[in-house]
Design a protein around this ligand. Sequence first.
Ligand code: 5RP
Ligand code: FE2
Length: 222
Amino acid sequence: MSHVQCMIGPSILNSDLSNLHSESQNLLDSGADYLHLDVMDGTFVPNLTFGHPVVKCLRNKIPKAFFETHMMVQNPQQWIEPMADANVDQYTFHVEPVDNVPQVIRQIKEAGMKVGLAIKPKTPVDVIAEYIESADLVLIMTVEPGFGGQKFMQDMMPKVKWLRENYPTLNIEVDGGVGPNTIDECAKAGANWIVSGTAVINCPDRKQAISTLKSSVQKYLS
Ligand SMILES: O=C(CO)[C@H](O)[C@H](O)COP(=O)(O)O
Ligand SMILES: [Fe+2]
């Protein structure tokens, strides 16, 4: 499995959002490979975070890092252009509310961003199978989307395993309850993009937390 790269992307959802820039910079300085930005619209999920105006301001302060927006929104098509304008690198959206997934994929690519396909815990992985070849990444949610700090759902690992067996070069991301205690299961199943929120944010030594996640994934990659 050495043809995929290990990437650790902390979620800033549970950080001190009044200090979004310094929190994000601190995570990058602690070894984060990318930033996972959780965008919620209060409709697709019962919570509200921030949108493209905030992402754009953050991008002005942090011009170089890889930004992934995790779009937990009812109408992902609506935010493609504004997020591209905010210089987002990867637009990861949930397929559940979308009628025409290929069209959304095409529009994201035309806007110059990479494409991530996300599924909620109750969505079977075969729902996205026909779109995988045209995506850059698949995100397997390991909690119900909406809130940080929830318990990792181990029973999502068969989805990750299935993807890894069938798509050896695919970037597979896990998100929700992932931290030093749950990383081994994710890594063993074949995940190589790792989102970790509270486990990194609340750790007094964020560098150590990120490096633990990385070594686990690397152990299974080699
Ligand atoms: O998408 C998310 C929630 O919907 C977050 O990215 C995720 O929950 C990260 O936080 P934690 O690691 O604390 O679960
Ligand atoms: Fe997320």
